[in-house]
Write a protein that binds this ligand. Structure first.
Ligand code: ADP
Length: 476
């Protein structure tokens, strides 16, 4: 076995800027032994009560300070994610970082508002039902929204009183490190939050298999989610929550063009935010036949107008993909659709903006066969397929013709139609006349092979990070 697989002491991971291929830094790759040591330490810290035993209000105060420090360092955090992931800096400044701050603050404020219940028993007993922290919890993070996904997990996990082990994706560890540094500055006791960088197959697997870890929250691909669930089933049945892939439809009814430029702008954001490397990307446009030509035309022109280039420049909307493997995967799916008769309206070939940069332009595809990879697989790139329908029934059938069920959007002025579509589409979130995942108050979780084991955001998120206990008291 190579060092990379066993995670030998002293091994490191390169962090490479996907826009230039330049080595930014290297970070240690924690091996299975390191995970075990960290989990034991996290359990000891939990048992001291230094964090878990504090009142929720006291924990909230520390997390609110963390949110303030994130605000102070917002520009640093934005740059770290932009450089590590190739995300446009404007996206990080206006989306990821404010969103991350909001979730830390929201879960801090929620910490002392999660009530237990008293069961409706008879007069001779009292059933107290409370939510307790799990003890040692872990989170495995993706590279597309490194800080934002860390915050979705750190907020509720720490507000609930757990000790948390956080594994950033190989490519994007630096904002997670910075978040942990800020947490320490905010007064989080040492050892409550531990960052464990490393390979998914080593560090991630060790977390999934660790007997002391009682809850694991994962965001990433469906294939990796499956491996994690199998590992937890083979070991200690830890509580698992999986946020995985998607192939989300944007459904445009005949009156959708009433929304004009707003429609097109939303479609562009849905399709190309983070270069389409977004689990909720609206990568399948389903449009009524009567308006298909005009929609394709306007959407294509808007896609061509997106500024592609250096992610550090504020006007850039499209940066590189995360690496060349990703670009090759996207390119080959588009090529095979093309050779099967699809028409490429814009994009469709890798862009050579930088010899080492993994650039691929926004791509609009029509007439791709329904069984082609471009239509059925999550490409995780800036590629949108367009399919047409004539009836609502057909639209719902197309929308649901996927193993995924994360998000969807429906555009129509007619409320009854919108509600019929929203009811019929199998997805965790259906937005009407918008492209949206909701906000921090609404739960986020996928259906079908997009999600498993509980939502993130909203007070529902606490279910991932707590377990319920009944105390049954006999009264006399
Ligand atoms: P991608 O394929 O786009 O890199 P992944 O779902 O593999 O996405 O990665 C998301 C996270 O899951 C990363 O932190 C990665 O290191 C981790 N990971 C990858 N493979 C495994 C695995 N076998 N077990 C646990 N975690 C893993």
């Amino acid at each position: 076995m190579s060092g990379a697989r066993t995670g030998r002491a002293g091994e490191t991971l390169p962090v490479v800027n996907p826009a230039t291929g330049e080595l930014i830094t290297t970070v240690p790759a924690v091996g299975a032994d390191g995970v075990a040591v960290a989990a034991e330490r996290a359990l000891r810290i939990f048992e001291t009560g230094i964090w878990s035993g504090r009142s929720p209000r006291e924990r909230a105060a520390v997390l609110l300070r963390l949110a303030e420090l994130m605000e102070r360092d917002a520009e640093i955090l934005a740059r770290l994610d932009s450089e590590d992931a190739g995300k446009p800096i404007t996206e990080c400044r206006t989306g990821d970082v404010p969103g991350a701050i909001e979730s830390i603050r929201w879960f801090a404020e929620a910490a002392d508002k999660v009530f237990g219940r008293i069961a409706p028993t008879g007069g001779e007993s009292l059933g107290l039902v409370s939510r307790e922290p799990v003890g040692v919890a872990a989170a495995i993070l993706p590279w597309n929204y490194p800080l934002a996904m860390a915050a979705w997990k750190v907020g509720p996990a720490l507000a609930a009183g757990n000790s948390l082990l956080l594994k950033p994706a190989e490519a994007t560890p630096r904002s997670t490190f910075h978040l942990a540094v800020l947490a320490a500055e905010a007064g989080l006791p040492d050892g409550v939050l531990t960052v464990l960088p490393g390979h998914g197959s080593v560090t991630g697997q060790a977390l999934a298999r660790d007997p002391l870890v009682r809850a694991l929250s994962f965001t990433g691909s469906t294939a990796t989610g499956r491996r994690i669930l199998a590992a937890t089933a083979e070991t200690n049945f830890k509580r698992v929550s999986l946020e995985m892939g998607g192939k989300s439809p944007q459904v445009l009814l005949p009156d959708a063009l009433d929304y004009g430029d707003e429609l097109i702008e939303n479609m562009i954001e849905a399709a190309f935010l983070t270069m389409g490397q977004n689990c909720t990307a609206g990568s399948r446009v389903l449009v009524h036949r009567d308006i298909a030509d005009e929609v394709v035309d306007r959407f294509t022109r808007a896609a061509e107008a997106l500024v592609i280039g250096d992610p550090a420049q504020p006007e850039t909307r499209i940066g590189p993909l995360i690496d060349h493997t990703a670009r090759n995967r996207v390119a080959s799916a588009v090529e095979s659709a093309r050779s099967a008769g699809a028409r490429i309206h814009t994009g469709g070939l890798p862009a050579d903006l930088h010899p080492q940069g993994a650039y691929y332009p926004p791509t609009v595809v029509t007439a791709a066969p329904a069984d082609s990879a471009a239509v059925t697989r999550e490409l995780f790139g800036p590629v949108v397929t367009v399919q047409t329908f004539t009836t609502e029934h057909e639209a719902i059938r197309l929308a649901n013709a996927t193993e995924y069920g994360l998000a969807a959007s429906v555009w129509t002025r007619d409320l009854d139609t919108a509600l019929r579509m929203a009811r019929g589409i199998e997805a965790g979130v259906v937005s009407v006349n918008a492209y949206s995942e909701g906000d921090i108050t609404t739960p986020f979780g996928g259906w079908k092979q997009s999600g498993f084991g509980g939502a993130e955001k909203s007070t529902d998120a606490f279910q991932q990070w707590t377990r319920e206990k009944t105390v049954w008291i006999r009264t006399r």
